[in-house]
Structures are given as C-alpha cells and as structure tokens.
Unconditional design. Structure first.
Length: 245
C-alpha cells in the first residue's frame, strides 16, 4: 500500500543550464530536503525536446502523505519571506538557471511502488515515457484501475516497466500521470511502430476512451544523480562542485 504524496514539477530552463540545474537540484537541494523535510527525490529528468517543451526538466518528489505535507508546507512557508531561510542560497543560485515552472500534487495508485522499493527491483532504463492523461471529472481512479488490469500488460509486452501511476489532487479527479521505464530506445520505437498494427494496443486505447478525453506523452532521460540511475538517494558526497549550504 503506497500512502505517500508526490510533488510533480515542470521546470522551464534558461539557456544551456539544464545539466547545471539538474545537478543543483539533486546534489545540493535533495540532501537538505531529506534532512529537513523527510522529502525523497523520486526522480529528475531532462525532457527530449522533440517530444515536448524545451529546454525543460521534470522533477518528482516523495513525501509522507497528506499528513506529512502539513509539516512540509508549514516548514516551507513559515518565514516572512515564504521561503525556507536555509534555502536562500540555493534559490539565489537557481534563479539564473530557470524562469519558472508548474507544479501539482499527486496521489499514487495504492499499488504503485515507492522510490525505496524501486531502488531494489526496477530494471535499468535508457529512456522514460511520461504520460499526462486527462479524464472525465471523477474518473481518475477508474483510469488507474484500467491501467493496472490491462494497460500495464500491453506495455510490458514491449519491455516497458510501470514506474509510477498517480492522480492529480484538487482537480476533481480529472488528471493522471504515468511513468514508464523503457530499457532501450528500440523498445520505445517498437511500441510506437505497432500503435495501429498491435490489436492489444488498439483495444487498450479503445477501452480507456470510455473515460479518457486527451493524452500526451513526452520522453525523458534521467539526470546523472537521479535515484533510478544511482539506486539510492543523492548524497552530499555526490557533489562535483563545492557547495556551501
């Protein structure tokens, strides 16, 4: 049973700062967040610009459920600046690398794995597929159950592994996100080439159209210090540049 809460972020990067920003997020922010907020890095990825906005980064964080979010947000917003004072230097360094972003809170499907479990049993992946699914209001859990019962097997036939399945909170149960770990580029291409010829793929899309109103997929590559690549949480010892907190 996964009772965590997830923070999903789309981050707009300025210029050629994507690699620097991903390192600043994983090597500098994540160790502090683990200590101060019990916040784990689920993943940090760069978006393949041919499939989405560019340059863009996707961050996903894992915290201790909605009850944990109470302490988390109180800690974040408790000062007059509405920022954690310990994070002032981090924010100062991050500002020249990004222009803004868009965040949301995600609740996991009860059967989706936490990052700690994924450390030990997720297969290596060269590429990730990130699905954003709009559904009829009230249908988010219906879609996730369809995914568990049928959609997962359709993708697994091509070697795709379900790494995360969530519904967005506070939008009337009208949006879901799904993350697939794909072993290599060829497995992605094989799936897409078969989108009309594979009867199981076609049947899957027809089934979910009962609740789905729109879907969009982008491809992601994980940052060097992404937990999926490390097999653990980023630590201060992973830093390649000196950093004074």
């Amino acid at each position: 049973m996964n009772d965590k809460l997830y923070i999903h972020e789309f981050i707009d990067i300025l210029g050629q700062n994507r690699a620097r920003y991903m390192n600043h997020m994983t090597a500098n922010f994540s160790p502090m967040a683990q200590e101060d907020r019990n916040q784990l890095c689920f993943g940090v990825w760069g978006v393949l610009g041919s499939t989405g906005r560019w340059p863009e980064v996707v961050n996903v964080w894992e915290i201790d459920g909605l009850d944990g979010a109470v302490d988390y947000f109180r800690h974040e917003l408790g000062s007059p600046t509405m920022q954690d004072p310990r994070m002032a230097r981090w924010w100062e360094a991050a500002v020249p690398m990004r222009s803004g972003g868009n965040d949301r809170l995600l609740a996991p499907a009860p059967w989706t794995r936490t990052i700690t479990v994924l450390f030990t049993d997720a297969a290596p992946a060269e590429i990730y597929a990130h699905d954003r699914i709009a559904v009829r209001p009230g249908s988010a859990m219906d879609y996730l159950e369809m995914l568990r019962e049928r959609g997962r097997a359709v993708h697994e036939h091509y070697g795709w592994e379900l790494a995360g399945a969530w519904e967005t909170l506070m939008v009337d149960e009208s949006e879901c996100f799904v993350l697939w770990a794909i072993p290599h580029w060829e497995a992605w291409a094989d799936f897409e080439k078969a989108r009309r010829s594979d009867s199981e793929q076609v049947a899957w899309r027809e089934t979910v159209r009962e609740v789905v109103t729109a879907t969009s997929r982008i491809l992601l590559v994980d940052a060097p210090l992404c937990p999926f690549r490390l097999g653990r949480q980023p630590q201060r010892s992973d830093r390649t540049e000196p950093w004074e907190e």
